[in-house]
Design a protein around this ligand. Structure first.
Ligand SMILES: [Zn+2]
Length: 405
Protein backbone atom coordinates (compact mmCIF):
# COMPACT_ATOMS: atom_id res chain seq x y z
CA UNK A 1 0.00 0.00 0.00
CA UNK A 2 1.32 3.39 -0.90
CA UNK A 3 -1.09 5.45 1.14
CA UNK A 4 0.45 4.60 4.52
CA UNK A 5 1.41 7.79 6.36
CA UNK A 6 5.04 8.73 5.89
CA UNK A 7 7.07 8.44 9.06
CA UNK A 8 8.81 11.73 9.88
CA UNK A 9 12.56 11.44 9.44
CA UNK A 10 13.18 12.35 13.07
CA UNK A 11 11.28 9.24 14.20
CA UNK A 12 13.27 6.87 12.06
CA UNK A 13 16.40 7.48 14.07
CA UNK A 14 14.82 6.75 17.43
CA UNK A 15 15.03 2.95 17.27
CA UNK A 16 17.83 1.57 19.41
CA UNK A 17 19.61 -1.65 19.97
CA UNK A 18 22.13 -2.19 22.72
CA UNK A 19 25.21 -1.82 20.56
CA UNK A 20 23.96 1.41 19.08
CA UNK A 21 22.88 2.78 22.46
CA UNK A 22 26.36 2.12 23.78
CA UNK A 23 27.97 4.04 20.91
CA UNK A 24 25.47 6.84 21.41
CA UNK A 25 26.34 7.12 25.12
CA UNK A 26 30.03 7.30 24.24
CA UNK A 27 29.38 10.18 21.88
CA UNK A 28 27.20 12.01 24.41
CA UNK A 29 29.88 11.75 27.11
CA UNK A 30 32.58 12.76 24.64
CA UNK A 31 30.63 15.82 23.54
CA UNK A 32 30.10 16.94 27.15
CA UNK A 33 33.84 16.58 27.78
CA UNK A 34 34.69 18.45 24.57
CA UNK A 35 32.39 21.39 25.20
CA UNK A 36 32.57 21.65 29.01
CA UNK A 37 35.87 20.05 29.99
CA UNK A 38 37.93 19.83 32.05
CA UNK A 39 35.05 18.32 33.95
CA UNK A 40 34.53 15.82 36.78
CA UNK A 41 32.83 12.49 36.20
CA UNK A 42 30.10 13.27 38.73
CA UNK A 43 29.20 16.39 36.79
CA UNK A 44 29.14 14.45 33.50
CA UNK A 45 26.78 12.00 35.13
CA UNK A 46 24.51 14.84 36.29
CA UNK A 47 24.46 16.50 32.85
CA UNK A 48 23.86 13.32 30.85
CA UNK A 49 21.60 11.49 33.34
CA UNK A 50 23.82 8.45 32.83
CA UNK A 51 24.72 6.50 35.97
CA UNK A 52 28.07 7.25 37.61
CA UNK A 53 29.19 3.71 36.88
CA UNK A 54 28.34 4.04 33.18
CA UNK A 55 30.19 7.35 32.96
CA UNK A 56 33.19 5.87 34.74
CA UNK A 57 33.31 2.94 32.32
CA UNK A 58 32.98 5.16 29.25
CA UNK A 59 35.65 7.59 30.47
CA UNK A 60 38.00 4.66 31.17
CA UNK A 61 37.47 3.39 27.61
CA UNK A 62 38.00 6.86 26.13
CA UNK A 63 41.17 7.23 28.19
CA UNK A 64 42.60 3.92 27.08
CA UNK A 65 41.79 4.91 23.50
CA UNK A 66 43.86 8.09 23.97
CA UNK A 67 40.89 10.37 23.29
CA UNK A 68 40.76 11.92 26.79
CA UNK A 69 43.26 12.53 29.57
CA UNK A 70 42.73 12.72 33.32
CA UNK A 71 44.28 15.26 35.63
CA UNK A 72 43.80 16.39 39.22
CA UNK A 73 41.13 19.05 39.64
CA UNK A 74 41.21 21.92 42.13
CA UNK A 75 40.49 20.97 45.73
CA UNK A 76 37.15 22.33 46.85
CA UNK A 77 36.37 22.28 50.56
CA UNK A 78 37.39 19.22 52.52
CA UNK A 79 38.69 16.03 51.02
CA UNK A 80 40.87 15.16 48.06
CA UNK A 81 40.61 17.01 44.80
CA UNK A 82 38.70 14.94 42.24
CA UNK A 83 40.06 13.91 38.89
CA UNK A 84 38.94 15.93 35.88
CA UNK A 85 38.55 14.63 32.37
CA UNK A 86 39.74 16.64 29.41
CA UNK A 87 39.75 16.00 25.69
CA UNK A 88 43.17 15.18 24.27
CA UNK A 89 43.11 17.99 21.76
CA UNK A 90 45.65 16.48 19.37
CA UNK A 91 44.02 13.06 19.28
CA UNK A 92 42.40 13.97 15.97
CA UNK A 93 42.20 16.86 13.55
CA UNK A 94 39.60 18.19 11.13
CA UNK A 95 40.12 20.01 7.87
CA UNK A 96 37.81 22.92 7.08
CA UNK A 97 37.38 24.79 3.80
CA UNK A 98 35.69 28.12 3.28
CA UNK A 99 34.84 28.25 -0.38
CA UNK A 100 33.44 31.34 -2.04
CA UNK A 101 33.32 32.66 -5.57
CA UNK A 102 36.67 34.42 -5.13
CA UNK A 103 38.87 32.19 -2.99
CA UNK A 104 39.31 29.06 -0.91
CA UNK A 105 40.60 29.16 2.68
CA UNK A 106 41.70 25.94 4.34
CA UNK A 107 42.36 25.44 8.03
CA UNK A 108 43.25 22.41 10.12
CA UNK A 109 42.08 22.37 13.74
CA UNK A 110 42.55 20.09 16.68
CA UNK A 111 39.55 18.80 18.61
CA UNK A 112 39.38 22.00 20.67
CA UNK A 113 39.43 24.32 17.66
CA UNK A 114 43.08 25.38 17.82
CA UNK A 115 44.25 26.22 14.32
CA UNK A 116 47.44 24.34 13.41
CA UNK A 117 47.58 25.11 9.68
CA UNK A 118 46.02 27.73 7.44
CA UNK A 119 46.28 28.66 3.78
CA UNK A 120 44.23 30.76 1.33
CA UNK A 121 44.30 30.78 -2.45
CA UNK A 122 42.42 32.73 -5.11
CA UNK A 123 40.13 30.94 -7.52
CA UNK A 124 41.14 31.00 -11.17
CA UNK A 125 37.49 30.84 -12.17
CA UNK A 126 34.24 31.23 -10.27
CA UNK A 127 33.10 27.65 -10.79
CA UNK A 128 32.67 24.43 -8.77
CA UNK A 129 35.39 22.74 -10.86
CA UNK A 130 37.91 25.46 -10.03
CA UNK A 131 36.93 25.25 -6.34
CA UNK A 132 37.28 21.45 -6.34
CA UNK A 133 40.75 21.63 -7.89
CA UNK A 134 41.94 24.11 -5.24
CA UNK A 135 40.44 22.08 -2.39
CA UNK A 136 42.22 18.93 -3.54
CA UNK A 137 45.46 20.86 -4.03
CA UNK A 138 45.25 22.49 -0.57
CA UNK A 139 44.60 19.11 1.08
CA UNK A 140 47.64 17.77 -0.74
CA UNK A 141 49.75 20.77 0.36
CA UNK A 142 48.77 20.05 3.95
CA UNK A 143 49.52 16.34 3.67
CA UNK A 144 52.97 17.06 2.23
CA UNK A 145 53.88 19.60 4.93
CA UNK A 146 52.32 17.78 7.91
CA UNK A 147 52.56 14.11 7.24
CA UNK A 148 52.11 13.12 10.88
CA UNK A 149 49.00 15.22 11.60
CA UNK A 150 47.53 14.33 8.19
CA UNK A 151 47.32 10.74 9.40
CA UNK A 152 45.08 11.88 12.23
CA UNK A 153 42.54 13.77 10.08
CA UNK A 154 39.08 12.33 10.61
CA UNK A 155 36.90 14.47 8.40
CA UNK A 156 36.41 17.49 6.20
CA UNK A 157 33.99 20.39 6.69
CA UNK A 158 33.03 22.48 3.68
CA UNK A 159 31.39 25.88 3.89
CA UNK A 160 30.16 27.54 0.72
CA UNK A 161 27.66 30.23 -0.22
CA UNK A 162 24.12 28.93 -0.64
CA UNK A 163 21.53 28.41 -1.81
CA UNK A 164 22.47 24.83 -2.70
CA UNK A 165 20.92 22.55 -5.25
CA UNK A 166 18.44 20.10 -3.85
CA UNK A 167 17.44 16.69 -5.15
CA UNK A 168 14.32 18.31 -6.54
CA UNK A 169 16.36 20.26 -9.05
CA UNK A 170 18.36 23.39 -9.63
CA UNK A 171 17.97 26.56 -7.63
CA UNK A 172 15.57 28.67 -9.66
CA UNK A 173 17.20 31.50 -11.55
CA UNK A 174 20.58 30.15 -10.46
CA UNK A 175 23.60 32.41 -10.72
CA UNK A 176 25.38 32.49 -14.04
CA UNK A 177 28.31 30.43 -12.77
CA UNK A 178 26.04 27.68 -11.41
CA UNK A 179 28.04 27.79 -8.21
CA UNK A 180 25.11 26.18 -6.40
CA UNK A 181 26.20 22.89 -8.06
CA UNK A 182 29.13 22.93 -5.66
CA UNK A 183 26.78 21.69 -2.92
CA UNK A 184 25.17 18.95 -5.04
CA UNK A 185 25.34 15.37 -3.84
CA UNK A 186 27.38 14.30 -6.88
CA UNK A 187 29.99 16.97 -6.24
CA UNK A 188 30.27 16.08 -2.55
CA UNK A 189 30.74 12.42 -3.47
CA UNK A 190 33.45 13.40 -5.93
CA UNK A 191 35.27 15.41 -3.27
CA UNK A 192 34.86 12.69 -0.65
CA UNK A 193 36.48 10.20 -3.00
CA UNK A 194 39.31 12.53 -3.98
CA UNK A 195 40.09 13.49 -0.37
CA UNK A 196 39.63 10.02 1.07
CA UNK A 197 37.74 11.45 4.07
CA UNK A 198 34.09 11.95 5.01
CA UNK A 199 32.83 15.34 3.90
CA UNK A 200 30.20 17.53 5.60
CA UNK A 201 28.69 20.61 3.93
CA UNK A 202 27.19 23.76 5.46
CA UNK A 203 26.29 27.06 3.86
CA UNK A 204 28.81 29.74 4.82
CA UNK A 205 26.49 31.61 7.19
CA UNK A 206 25.56 28.40 9.05
CA UNK A 207 29.22 27.44 9.32
CA UNK A 208 30.09 30.87 10.70
CA UNK A 209 27.20 30.58 13.18
CA UNK A 210 28.55 27.23 14.32
CA UNK A 211 32.08 28.67 14.55
CA UNK A 212 30.79 31.49 16.77
CA UNK A 213 28.71 29.03 18.79
CA UNK A 214 31.56 26.64 19.53
CA UNK A 215 34.54 29.02 19.66
CA UNK A 216 33.30 32.62 19.67
CA UNK A 217 30.76 35.07 21.07
CA UNK A 218 27.92 32.61 20.39
CA UNK A 219 29.11 30.54 23.35
CA UNK A 220 27.13 32.97 25.51
CA UNK A 221 23.80 32.32 23.81
CA UNK A 222 21.48 29.38 23.51
CA UNK A 223 19.63 30.94 20.56
CA UNK A 224 21.04 33.48 18.16
CA UNK A 225 21.14 34.42 14.50
CA UNK A 226 24.48 35.01 12.84
CA UNK A 227 24.31 37.39 9.89
CA UNK A 228 27.02 36.90 7.27
CA UNK A 229 27.55 40.25 5.58
CA UNK A 230 29.43 39.72 2.33
CA UNK A 231 28.82 40.10 -1.39
CA UNK A 232 25.45 38.55 -0.51
CA UNK A 233 23.58 38.45 2.79
CA UNK A 234 22.85 35.22 4.66
CA UNK A 235 22.09 34.11 8.20
CA UNK A 236 22.99 31.03 10.23
CA UNK A 237 20.60 30.05 12.97
CA UNK A 238 21.49 28.46 16.29
CA UNK A 239 18.22 27.59 18.00
CA UNK A 240 18.02 25.91 21.40
CA UNK A 241 21.72 25.17 21.29
CA UNK A 242 21.77 23.46 17.89
CA UNK A 243 22.34 24.67 14.37
CA UNK A 244 19.10 24.79 12.41
CA UNK A 245 19.97 23.83 8.82
CA UNK A 246 16.49 23.72 7.31
CA UNK A 247 14.97 20.94 5.21
CA UNK A 248 17.37 21.51 2.30
CA UNK A 249 20.22 23.11 4.30
CA UNK A 250 19.11 26.49 3.03
CA UNK A 251 17.60 28.01 6.19
CA UNK A 252 18.55 31.62 6.88
CA UNK A 253 18.67 32.93 3.28
CA UNK A 254 17.55 36.28 4.64
CA UNK A 255 19.18 38.14 1.74
CA UNK A 256 16.40 36.83 -0.49
CA UNK A 257 13.52 37.99 1.67
CA UNK A 258 11.55 40.41 -0.49
CA UNK A 259 11.51 43.89 1.02
CA UNK A 260 10.23 45.73 -2.05
CA UNK A 261 7.90 43.87 -4.46
CA UNK A 262 8.63 46.39 -7.22
CA UNK A 263 12.36 46.61 -6.48
CA UNK A 264 15.26 45.65 -8.76
CA UNK A 265 15.55 42.13 -10.13
CA UNK A 266 17.69 39.72 -8.10
CA UNK A 267 19.85 36.79 -9.25
CA UNK A 268 17.34 34.48 -7.53
CA UNK A 269 14.67 35.48 -10.02
CA UNK A 270 12.58 37.56 -7.61
CA UNK A 271 12.43 41.31 -7.13
CA UNK A 272 13.46 43.67 -4.34
CA UNK A 273 15.38 41.13 -2.22
CA UNK A 274 17.03 42.47 0.94
CA UNK A 275 20.54 41.90 -0.42
CA UNK A 276 19.78 44.22 -3.35
CA UNK A 277 20.01 46.96 -0.68
CA UNK A 278 22.13 45.48 2.06
CA UNK A 279 25.31 43.76 0.80
CA UNK A 280 28.82 44.60 -0.32
CA UNK A 281 27.73 43.79 -3.86
CA UNK A 282 25.49 46.89 -3.89
CA UNK A 283 28.27 49.04 -2.48
CA UNK A 284 30.65 47.69 -5.15
CA UNK A 285 28.16 48.82 -7.80
CA UNK A 286 28.06 52.34 -6.29
CA UNK A 287 31.85 52.51 -6.14
CA UNK A 288 32.26 50.93 -9.59
CA UNK A 289 34.30 48.10 -8.09
CA UNK A 290 34.31 44.56 -9.41
CA UNK A 291 32.34 42.40 -6.92
CA UNK A 292 34.13 39.24 -8.05
CA UNK A 293 37.59 40.68 -7.33
CA UNK A 294 39.12 39.88 -3.96
CA UNK A 295 40.82 43.30 -3.85
CA UNK A 296 37.43 45.08 -3.83
CA UNK A 297 36.83 44.33 -0.14
CA UNK A 298 40.20 45.80 0.82
CA UNK A 299 39.44 48.86 -1.34
CA UNK A 300 36.08 49.37 0.40
CA UNK A 301 37.82 49.19 3.80
CA UNK A 302 40.36 51.75 2.63
CA UNK A 303 37.65 54.14 1.40
CA UNK A 304 35.73 53.64 4.65
CA UNK A 305 38.84 54.61 6.64
CA UNK A 306 39.07 57.77 4.53
CA UNK A 307 35.41 58.68 5.29
CA UNK A 308 34.63 58.42 1.60
CA UNK A 309 31.31 60.17 0.92
CA UNK A 310 29.92 57.45 -1.39
CA UNK A 311 30.53 54.83 1.32
CA UNK A 312 28.92 57.01 4.01
CA UNK A 313 25.93 57.82 1.77
CA UNK A 314 25.44 54.13 1.06
CA UNK A 315 25.50 53.40 4.79
CA UNK A 316 22.73 55.96 5.34
CA UNK A 317 20.70 54.40 2.49
CA UNK A 318 21.27 50.89 3.87
CA UNK A 319 20.47 51.73 7.52
CA UNK A 320 16.65 51.35 7.18
CA UNK A 321 17.26 47.86 5.73
CA UNK A 322 19.40 46.93 8.74
CA UNK A 323 16.39 47.86 10.90
CA UNK A 324 14.13 45.77 8.66
CA UNK A 325 16.49 42.79 8.89
CA UNK A 326 16.60 43.01 12.70
CA UNK A 327 12.82 43.22 12.79
CA UNK A 328 12.41 40.13 10.56
CA UNK A 329 14.77 38.06 12.73
CA UNK A 330 13.23 39.27 15.99
CA UNK A 331 9.66 38.64 14.89
CA UNK A 332 10.32 35.22 13.38
CA UNK A 333 12.73 33.74 15.88
CA UNK A 334 12.81 35.73 19.13
CA UNK A 335 16.52 34.96 19.56
CA UNK A 336 18.61 36.20 22.48
CA UNK A 337 21.00 38.00 20.16
CA UNK A 338 21.92 38.77 16.59
CA UNK A 339 25.62 38.44 15.77
CA UNK A 340 26.87 40.39 12.79
CA UNK A 341 29.97 39.26 10.93
CA UNK A 342 31.30 38.69 7.45
CA UNK A 343 34.11 39.41 5.08
CA UNK A 344 34.57 43.07 6.04
CA UNK A 345 36.27 44.49 9.11
CA UNK A 346 34.31 44.94 12.38
CA UNK A 347 34.68 48.76 12.39
CA UNK A 348 32.72 48.94 9.13
CA UNK A 349 29.90 46.82 10.59
CA UNK A 350 29.89 48.91 13.79
CA UNK A 351 29.54 52.11 11.75
CA UNK A 352 26.65 50.58 9.79
CA UNK A 353 24.92 49.61 13.05
CA UNK A 354 25.40 53.10 14.47
CA UNK A 355 23.59 54.56 11.48
CA UNK A 356 20.73 52.08 11.91
CA UNK A 357 20.06 53.15 15.51
CA UNK A 358 17.56 53.22 17.09
CA UNK A 359 16.67 49.64 16.20
CA UNK A 360 13.01 48.64 16.28
CA UNK A 361 11.82 46.97 19.46
CA UNK A 362 9.40 44.07 19.29
CA UNK A 363 5.85 45.02 20.39
CA UNK A 364 6.01 42.49 23.23
CA UNK A 365 8.59 44.52 25.10
CA UNK A 366 11.89 46.31 24.94
CA UNK A 367 15.10 44.31 24.92
CA UNK A 368 17.33 47.35 25.29
CA UNK A 369 19.67 48.39 22.54
CA UNK A 370 23.07 47.57 23.88
CA UNK A 371 23.27 43.79 23.95
CA UNK A 372 20.97 42.69 21.22
CA UNK A 373 23.33 43.02 18.30
CA UNK A 374 26.94 42.00 18.61
CA UNK A 375 29.83 41.98 16.22
CA UNK A 376 31.27 38.48 15.67
CA UNK A 377 34.50 37.70 17.45
CA UNK A 378 36.04 35.03 15.28
CA UNK A 379 36.80 37.35 12.40
CA UNK A 380 37.40 36.25 8.86
CA UNK A 381 38.34 32.70 9.78
CA UNK A 382 34.94 32.12 11.47
CA UNK A 383 33.54 30.39 8.42
CA UNK A 384 36.45 27.98 7.96
CA UNK A 385 36.55 27.39 11.71
CA UNK A 386 32.85 26.68 11.59
CA UNK A 387 33.43 24.18 8.80
CA UNK A 388 35.80 22.21 11.04
CA UNK A 389 33.28 22.47 13.90
CA UNK A 390 30.64 21.09 11.53
CA UNK A 391 32.89 18.11 10.79
CA UNK A 392 33.45 17.52 14.52
CA UNK A 393 29.72 17.80 15.21
CA UNK A 394 28.67 15.52 12.39
CA UNK A 395 31.38 12.89 12.65
CA UNK A 396 32.40 12.92 16.29
CA UNK A 397 29.42 14.15 18.24
CA UNK A 398 25.71 13.41 18.39
CA UNK A 399 23.13 16.16 18.32
CA UNK A 400 23.43 16.21 22.08
CA UNK A 401 22.20 19.73 22.62
CA UNK A 402 18.63 18.46 22.61
CA UNK A 403 19.46 15.62 24.96
CA UNK A 404 21.13 17.92 27.46
CA UNK A 405 18.47 20.58 27.73
ZN1 LIG B 1 16.93 37.27 -4.34
Amino acid sequence: MNDAPTIPVSFRTSGTNLKRAKTHNHRVVLEVIRTRGPIGRTEISEITSLSRQTVQNIVAELESGGIVVMHAGKASGRGHPGMNVQIKADHAFSLGFHVDRLSVTAIVCDLLGKIVWEKSVSLTASSPDAANAQIIQLAEDFRVSNDEIAGRLFGVGLAAPGPFETNEGNVSGADATNFSEFGSEENLERLQEALGLPVVLQNDASAAALGEHVYGIGRNFNSFAFVQFGMGLGAGLVLNGALYPGATKNAGEIGHVCVNPVGPECTCGNRGCLEKYLSLNVLCEKLKLEPTALASVARIEELFDQNNQTVLDWMSDAAPYVRQMVSIIDMMLDTEAIVLGGIIKPEFLEALLERAAPLPNPPYGSRGETNRIRIGTSGATAVALGATAAAVDALYAPQVSHLLL
